[in-house]
Write a protein that binds this ligand. Structure first.
Ligand SMILES: [Ca+2]
Length: 181
């Protein structure tokens, strides 16, 4: 019992130390940039199609990320992404990504993975390369052609360029994504 208590205290100290460096809070606004340099957009702010064809980040290209796993945002965590209208979520529907989800339900849950980013539990920071795998389908979001058009969720293979997105944004500063290399 004593040993367990010590571990908890140690964990708290580590958490405090990590919090000093720039990171995401629990509620974070994010943008996702495709390998072609275009951003994901939920047309109309949600409730319809999702495309990867915008050159800049505005409200429709901004998503509120819900970290369903405790603590920092780490590779392997489950997340949901809510659109600008506040009521729709990105979701998988018959192999496509749309913004018609009405809740953070299984078809709208994704596992966020840091590409080339180490083992489970590695923290994800702004400008990291990430991939998103559907919790239900176990397939990756893919920007067809690397960006510029629609998004599929029908690949099982490890993330390649089409499945890799630059993860940008900090609380209340989604346009931070544009400053990523
Ligand atoms: Ca987490």
């Amino acid at each position: 019992m004593f040993k367990k208590t010590v571990m908890v205290v140690f964990g708290g100290i580590v958490g405090t130390a990590i919090a000093i460096s720039p990171t995401f809070a629990t509620d974070m606004l994010v943008a996702l940039r495709s390998s072609l340099g275009t951003y994901l957009t939920a047309e109309g702010g949600g409730g319809g199609e999702v495309r990867a064809n915008r050159p800049e980040v505005g409200p429709w290209e901004t998503f509120k990320l819900f970290d369903l796993s405790t603590g920092d945002l780490n590779t392997g965590d489950r997340i949901c992404l809510r659109t600008q209208n506040g009521s729709n979520y990105l979701r998988v529907d018959r192999g496509k990504l749309d913004a018609e989800g009405e809740a953070c339900s299984p078809e709208a849950m994704f596992v966020i993975i840091k590409v080339d980013g180490g083992s489970s539990g590695t923290r994800i920071n702004a400008c990291d390369s990430i991939a998103l795998r559907g919790v239900e389908s176990e397939q990756y979001i893919s920007a067809e052609g690397g960006g510029g058009t629609e998004l599929s969720v029908d690949r099982y293979h490890p993330p390649g360029p089409w499945e890799t997105f630059i993860f940008g944004g900090q609380p209340n500063s989604p346009t931070n994504a544009t400053s990523c290399k």
